[in-house]
Design a protein around this ligand. Structure first.
Ligand code: UD1
Length: 420
């Protein structure tokens, strides 16, 4: 297993090209299953999770080719040879569960392993199931697998009890193939969902309400393969924004979409960062002290739970106390104990972290527990005095493309070494 060694305390200067969004690429890849023929995606990030989804789809019979240098991917869904997504693949990545919506949409049946929990708590799929059932899909559980039979599928009106991203994606994949009206209410409005809506529209589905909480879909059994570009990764951009907030300096996040980062930018400006929108992205600068700013995670357009860990790292250097609350995943605080090893002062009360800054962070060995927790530790390591060793960094490779290269280009001293 690899680890990262960071010599902290260097300001960051320069440009970063923001990668395509993992959480947008995965649903677009699943949508390729719906159209017999060759779908082509561009701006596909080089990430382990993208590879995992590629394997899930190849296992169904798709011919998947990812040109990692060009960032293009072709997915030929002419012939499906299996209706099953096995445990071995689904257990490593929850989004593999999108295979179920894709299979129901294309084959009107599917067998997909139930995703388990994750390092920071249970993550149920009850809303996905209730939505499928409302569409007339019969669902059985068999030895850890969800077995779906959609012979009697039909349009419906369904209100999601919570605007879950995953459930919205799965239900859209199916609704786009039903040649009757389906109304999905209280859907997730994340940009990654909207990106999927746009792709399904191009493929031939009629969808009204793009970007709102209510989507009216009239699908078709005759969806066509299309070419589609993956939208920029707002969480990657937000992570580097927080990095320069911690180290000081000035960077341009090239290709970042400011509209997708409204809340993160507003909070960063409140904290004292200078953020300006440029023709080709977002410029971020810190040259003064950081102010404490409370955040509470919420569904989009609120503050993303995927930025919560990075915000705690940033706030550890702010001049005073701030409160960071996660309402989406109340247990998602495994990074706090590790961050405290670097000198951050954080006290937890249920799902609220009180971060007492400013801390003078000092390098130490730490261990990463999940993707965004790892990002939080990298940020802290960049700002800490001395050397930080971060173990178990395979999590980072799931969601950050060329992380060390990008940071090194900004002046960070960061190396990846093999660890026995
Ligand atoms: C997606 C993102 C993840 C992000 C999360 C919240 C992908 C691949 N992953 O995950 O990075 O952190 O959105 O923005 O896009 N819930 C239920 N029942 C369900 C489904 C969800 O109770 O059937 C709950 C979850 O436990 C959680 C909340 O709804 O508390 C949000 O989950 P959801 O939006 O579904 O997250 P994911 O799609 O898994």
């Amino acid at each position: 297993m690899d680890k990262l060694i960071i010599q902290g305390g260097h300001e960051l200067y320069g440009n970063i090209q923001v990668a395509g969004a993992k959480n947008a690429a995965l649903p677009l890849m699943a949508a390729a299953v719906l159209a017999p023929g060759k779908t082509t995606l561009s701006n596909v990030p080089r990430l382990v999770d993208v590879g995992t989804m590629g394997r899930v789809l190849a296992n169904l019979g798709l011919e998947v080719e990812h040109d990692r240098d060009a960032g293009t991917m072709s997915l030929d869904a002419a012939n499906l040879t299996s209706d099953t997504a096995p445990y071995e693949l689904v257990k490593t990545m929850r989004a593999s569960f999108y295979a179920l919506g894709a299979l129901i949409g294309r084959l009107r049946k599917g067998k997909v392993s139930l995703p388990g929990g994750c390092a920071w708590g249970p993550r149920p799929v009850d809303i996905h199931m209730k939505g499928f059932e409302a569409m007339g899909v019969s669902i059985d559980l068999d030895e850890g697998y969800v077995v779906a039979d959609a012979a009697n599928i039909h349009g419906t009106n369904f209100v999601l009890s919570f605007p879950s991203v995953g459930a919205t994606v799965n239900l859209l994949l199916v609704a786009a193939t039903i040649p009757e009206e389906t109304v999905l209410d209280n859907v997730a409005r994340e940009p990654e969902v909207t990106a999927l809506v746009r792709m399904l529209q191009q493929m031939g589905a009629t969808i009204e309400g793009t970007g709102t909480s209510t989507l009216r879909i009239v699908g078709t059994r005759d969806l066509k393969p299309v070419q589609q570009a993956v939208i920029p990764d707002r969480i990657e951009a937000g992570t580097y924004l927080a990095a320069v907030g911690m180290t000081g300096g000035e960077i341009v996040l090239k290709g970042a979409e400011p509209e997708h980062l409204t809340m993160v930018i507003a909070k960063s400006v409140e904290a004292g960062l200078h953020v300006t929108v440029t023709v080709d992205g977002i410029r971020v600068k810190r040259n003064g002290e950081l102010r404490p700013v409370d955040v509470e995670t919420a569904v989009y357009p609120g503050f993303a739970t995927d930025m919560q860990a990075q915000w705690i790292a940033l706030m550890s250097m702010a001049n005073g106390a701030s409160f960071v609350t996660d309402t989406i995943y109340p247990d998602r605080f495994t990074h706090v104990a590790e961050l405290m090893r670097l000198g951050a002062k954080v006290t937890m009360k249920e799902n609220v972290a009180k971060v007492q800054g400013p801390s003078k962070l000092k390098g130490a060995p730490v261990m990463s527990t999940d993707l965004r927790a790892s990002a939080c530790l990298v940020l802290a390591g960049l700002a800490a005095e001395g050397e930080t060793h971060i173990s178990r960094i395979y999590h980072l490779d799931r969601g950050y493309e060329k992380l060390e290269d990008k940071l090194r280009a900004l002046g960070a001293i960061i190396d990846r070494v093999g660890e026995r």
